[in-house]
Design a protein around this ligand. Structure first.
Ligand code: SAH
Ligand code: SF4
Ligand code: F3S
Length: 473
């Protein structure tokens, strides 16, 4: 249940700048932090220079992600000192998200400019922390608890509409403890929100104009929230319930674990037309030996079996994955198994990363770490293969009529961008009036070109004209 919003205490609006790193869960959390801060007078600005409060919503997944935060904090400190020197007021600096959770103490030591450190499960208390600091300048706050109360019960209702395609967090945390991963430590144990709360939020998103919803969770297909009958509800049942909402035309979910891809969820791809034919199903490695050392809980054949079932249920299903190269002990033969798996599955898209040892995770202590240049060389080979598959997938769409949900304006007037059912960014050029009318609509467009990162299309009746010019995607 949602608590009523706190009364406004500020007459003059204050400016809030939020910078988001990491995964879509952080994108969702950033929007909710804005909701938490609105009742105490903070409105969003898109530039940090004149912000009264800057929130860095951080990611700890790889070393580079965490280091970015420290360099950003250095820049912010200079900005704040300049503002103070010009007597233009103060700037509070808050670090939220997974770096805050994992490195709360180190953050305070390495970045004394930080006023607030707040973890991903405690940000519903951010308003109170800000007010306390404003009342007693100088007091710094750290809140990296995993509170017993769920933040979802304490968050105010979403204030701003998310636009045509919305995110909705249904599950958080992870109990799987892959040996390379910080998420179980930064986000805590698996937790599923009650189905009734999710349905309420989904209806609200649709009422506010969203026609696509992406259900989010670190292990979204491990969802087991309380159903209306008091029994745990699976993700498959939740999807079928949400799909009954009038006005909602598309549903997606991410990120799934191969181990939790049960038959009923696979069947949902066949029996729920609103469920889009795209699935992010990270496998990380194609080597059984490495999968075991990663503690993924499945081997390559189990992954192939899931892929086969999925494609039988929904033949046009496009798949994406994450890969880690250079995990400790990965031999050339292990890496070869990964390349071979990629060839066998055929991905529409995939993300590949060099293994980054994370303090506190078991794999970081392994004695057989792989040299950085070997990692780089393998990463390049894997990316070459994946990029070729992605381009081929996009080019195979040329000439087809594809329904696109338009959710973003392009850079120039008359350009509009949307997503195909297979999540391809699809660019259309038309008149500024037509582009404006298309925003938020789903419209079938003719695909002219497949580019590495998306599609170029034209409105059907403009297909023979010269108005559609390929843009660089
Ligand atoms: N829950 C999801 C992944 C969340 S993290 C899953 O199980 O697939 C997103 C991705 O970051 C992972 O899929 C993995 O490919 C990558 N990743 C996580 N830890 C990493 C590390 N230590 N080094 C490199 N990549 C990592
Ligand atoms: Fe990390 Fe593994 Fe959990 Fe995914 S399943 S969040 S990779 S521990
Ligand atoms: Fe990063 Fe935390 Fe997401 S570590 S990937 S922001 S769960």
């Amino acid at each position: 249940m949602h608590r009523p919003a706190e009364p406004k205490v500020e007459a003059t609006p204050r400016k809030l700048f939020i910078k988001t790193y990491g995964c879509q869960m952080n994108v969702y959390d950033s929007a909710r932090m804005a909701d938490v801060l609105a009742p105490i007078g903070y409105g969003l600005t898109d530039c940090p220079d004149d912000a009264d409060l800057v929130v860095l919503n951080t990611c700890h997944i790889r070393e580079k992600a965490a280091e970015k935060v420290y360099s950003e904090l250095g820049r912010l400190r200079i900005l704040r000192d300049e503002r103070r020197a010009r007597n233009q007021g103060d700037m509070l600096i808050a670090v939220a998200g997974c770096v805050a959770q994992a490195e709360g103490d180190e953050l305070r030591r390495r970045a004394p400019a930080v006023d607030i450190v707040v973890g991903p499960q405690a940000y519903h208390r951010l308003g109170g922390m800000v007010r306390r600091i404003l009342a007693d300048r100088g007091e710094r706050c750290v809140d990296t608890d995993f509170p017993v109360e769920s933040k979802f019960d304490a968050l105010p209702e979403e204030s701003a509409a998310q636009g045509p395609a919305a995110f909705l967090t249904v599950q958080e945390g992870c109990d799987k403890f892959c040996t390379f991963c910080v998420v179980p430590y930064t986000r805590g144990a698996e937790f599923s929100r009650p189905a009734a709360d999710i349905l309420l939020e989904a209806r609200k998103l649709v009422d506010q104009g969203s026609s696509e919803i992406m259900l989010l969770g670190q292990n979204v297909n491990a969802y087991h929230g309380l159903g209306p009958d008091g029994e745990p509800m699976t993700l498959a049942r939740l999807i079928r319930e949400i799909a009954t909402i009038d006005g909602l035309s598309r549903l997606r979910f991410t990120t799934s674990h191969p181990r939790d891809m049960d038959d009923d969820l696979i069947a949902a791809f066949a029996d729920t037309p609103k469920l889009m034919p795209y699935l992010h199903l990270p496998v990380q490695s194609g080597s059984n030996r490495i999968l075991k050392r990663m503690n993924r809980g499945h081997d390559r054949d189990a992954y192939f079996a899931v892929v086969d079932k999925l494609r039988a249920a929904r033949p046009d299903l496009a798949l994406s994955s994450d890969f880690i190269v250079g995990f400790p002990g990965e031999s050339e033969a292990d890496f070869g198994d990964t390349l071979e798996l990629v060839r066998q599955v055929g991905y529409a898209q995939a993300y590949s990363f060099k293994y980054s040892p994370r303090p506190g995770t078991p794999a970081a202590d392994a004695g057989d770490q792989i040299d950085e240049d070997v990692k780089s060389e393998r990463l390049q080979r894997l990316m070459d293969l994946i990029n070729a598959q992605q381009l081929a997938f996009n080019q195979a769409m040329v000439g087809r009529l594809v329904p696109v949900l338009f959710d973003r304006a392009g850079r120039k007037p008359g350009q509009i961008i949307g997503r195909s059912p297979w999540l391809q960014a699809t660019h259309v050029e038309t008149t500024p009036e037509r582009a404006a009318a298309l925003f938020g609509q789903t419209q079938a467009v003719r695909i002219l070109r497949g580019a590495p990162n998306g599609l170029v299309a034209t409105l059907e009746h403009e297909a023979s004209g010269a108005t559609a010019r390929p843009c660089s995607t």
